[in-house]
Design a protein around this ligand. Structure first.
Ligand SMILES: [Zn+2]
Ligand SMILES: [Zn+2]
Length: 565
């Protein structure tokens, strides 16, 4: 440490405080994003997206509100990525144009991010800096250290921020896998070392905090694959997350052992397999991979297919196979289909429908409820306890989870002897402030969700959503009428157009009544000489709304259009 640096640290220590500000991923699964501020330096850990719940009609993705970071742009020293899942990197194509700071991550993480940026922001120059586990980089007053963990994607890391006040350790997503497919163990030694020296704050993954016991090793899935391949006489089709490269790897090796060729279906599977292979994370033995067309020509017992769609996503390859819309591959009796994933909450019905449709086509379907075709990438209670006991933090903040999961995780920490006043169950936007005297909640920054629809980022708000809901529930009725600008007399119309409300041709009587109502309103207005268009419109809306509800018990959106002639 040179003199200038020493002065800065002493200065910091005198009025030193550390702020931890979750901007996403608390009270929800997804759009993980967390800011840590120390003096005038901010680092950001992860910046992910979330897929919309059903009531967010037409929304493509949801990203965190990062206005706090954009307003304090000059203090942001870097964005640090723990791994390459969408809920950790997916918001960057939207955020980086407003905040083009250095992005640190391991090779696979940045490889996946690069692919996304090329696709969504062609020509954009991002400052991507590759790190390896145990590397340390400097970001303002933070020394940022990367620590290997196991997860359902290779090359995942936890992050230790060495600050003047102490070490802030963020686990990222992790699990404890004693027999990882790639042989790369979670770095117990370094975690224990940090614990020995003293960890100030631990932020840990709460996704599975409700589940007792341990998460099983990824190898268990490989054993199930082995058994399925041994028994199957027809084709074997495996649907999983494309980024679960260890699982993809196991499927390919087992297929090869049983004399099968492997073809890949689905855009994201093709993309990820090619990136992971190029970067050396996926071993594709010579001659094992074939194109789909070739696979269709081979005898069935020599074919395995890897595909996307394990969540029943409507546009995915597996869903289209199930409905017979996937032209390159038709499901036939004798096929065995493994859905190697667990439905993300909210997707259960979609997945169940796909399973039903596949059965109807005569296929055998293995899915999580009936077979060991999936293990989680997140830690169960015993692993969470291990993490807390290894690192022995002074303060504890459960992250990555819905509220009840955070609460369960906090309880576990209490059971292990952490002091209740040092455990913070926070909401997105809440500032947790740590000083040498103690920790406390210290206000809020703007946080929440930004909705992305097509090319629009944030332009769809509550009003647009409310309209979409009304349109989706009861449809729309449009009334068009042309009025003379001088006398206010009706020149043409009223005409009535309806979509999603009633089928006009089968509701002619009702439509005639609607027109009569409109004519009556216009006559009344002319009589009263109140020819303000706004008044006429609101009267049309109110009267028709009441009338239609009485007749149909529906509340369509009513849109009066008046044209002056
Ligand atoms: Zn993850
Ligand atoms: Zn995650």
């Amino acid at each position: 440490m040179n003199a200038k640096e020493g002065r800065r640290w002493r200065n910091f220590l005198r009025n030193g405080k550390l702020q931890i500000i979750p901007l996403g991923g608390l009270g929800e699964i997804g759009k993980n994003c967390l800011a840590v501020r120390c003096g005038n330096d901010i680092v950001v850990i992860d910046c992910g997206l979330m897929f919309p719940e059903e009531e967010l009609l037409g929304i493509d993705v949801v990203i965190p509100d990062v206005s706090y970071l954009v307003e304090n742009r000059q203090m942001v020293r870097g964005i640090i990525l723990t791994h390459g899942h969408e809920d950790h990197i997916g918001a960057l194509p939207y955020v980086l144009p407003q905040l083009n700071v250095p992005v640190y991550g391991t090779r696979l993480t940045l490889g996946l991010l690069e692919g996304k940026l090329e696709e969504q922001l062609p020509g954009f120059k991002a400052d991507l800096r590759v790190v390896r586990p145990r590397d340390v980089v400097e970001c303002g007053c933070f020394k940022v250290e990367f620590i290997r963990v196991s997860h359902s994607i290779p090359d995942a890391v936890a992050v230790a921020l060495h600050t003047p006040l102490g070490v802030v350790l963020h686990t990222g997503d992790f699990k404890v896998d004693h027999t990882p497919v790639d042989g790369e163990l979670i770095d117990f030694h370094r975690l224990a070392q940090l614990g020995e020296k003293g960890v100030l704050v631990l932020l840990s993954d709460s996704t599975n905090a409700e589940h007792p016991g341990y998460t099983m090793s990824e190898r268990v899935v490989g054993e199930t694959f082995e058994e399925v391949f041994r028994r199957s006489r027809g084709r074997v089709i495996i649907a999983t997350f494309a980024t679960n490269i260890h699982r993809v790897q196991q499927a390919i090796l087992v297929a090869q052992r049983y004399g099968r060729k492997v073809a890949v279906a689905g855009r994201s599977m093709v993309n990820v397999v090619s990136i992971a292979h190029k970067l050396g994370y996926l071993n594709l033995p010579q001659g094992v991979m074939v194109e789909l067309e070739e696979a269709n020509r081979l005898p069935r017992h020599q074919v395995a297919i890897l595909t996307t769609g394990s969540q029943g996503e409507p546009m995915s390859a597996l869903t289209r196979m199930a409905t017979g819309e996937f032209k390159q591959l038709e499901i036939i009796p004798g096929d065995t289909i493994i859905i190697s994933a667990v439905p993300i909450p909210g997707n259960e019905k979609l997945v169940a429908r796909v399973v039903d449709q596949l059965f109807k086509r005569g296929a055998m379907v293995l899915y999580e409820a009936v077979s060991a075709v999936h293990v989680s990438g997140h830690p169960c209670q015993e692993e969470l306890k291990l993490m807390i006991n290894l690192t022995r933090p002074r303060y504890f903040i459960p992250v990555h989870g819905e509220y009840r999961m955070l609460i369960r995780h906090a309880e576990l920490a209490r059971e292990l002897g952490l002091r209740p006043e040092n455990i913070f169950v926070a909401e997105n936007g809440q500032i947790i402030e740590i000083t040498p005297k103690g920790g406390r909640f210290a206000g809020r920054v703007a946080a929440g969700r930004v909705l992305v629809d097509g090319l629009g980022v944030g332009d769809v708000g509550n009003i647009v959503l409310r309209d979409r809901k009304q349109l989706a529930q009861d449809g729309i009725l449009i009334v068009v009428v042309a009025l003379s600008q001088e006398t206010g007399q009706v020149v043409a119309g009223p005409d009535v157009i309806s979509r999603g409300f009633v089928y006009v041709r089968e509701a002619e009587a009702l439509m005639e009544e609607v027109k009569a109502q409109v004519r009556a309103i216009l006559d009344r207005c002319i009589e009263r000489k109140s020819l303000e268009w706004a008044t006429i419109k609101s009267e049309v809306r109110e009267t028709l709304s009441r009338f239609l509800y009485e007749r149909t018990r529906r509340r369509p959106m009513i849109l009066p259009i008046i044209m002056g002639v």
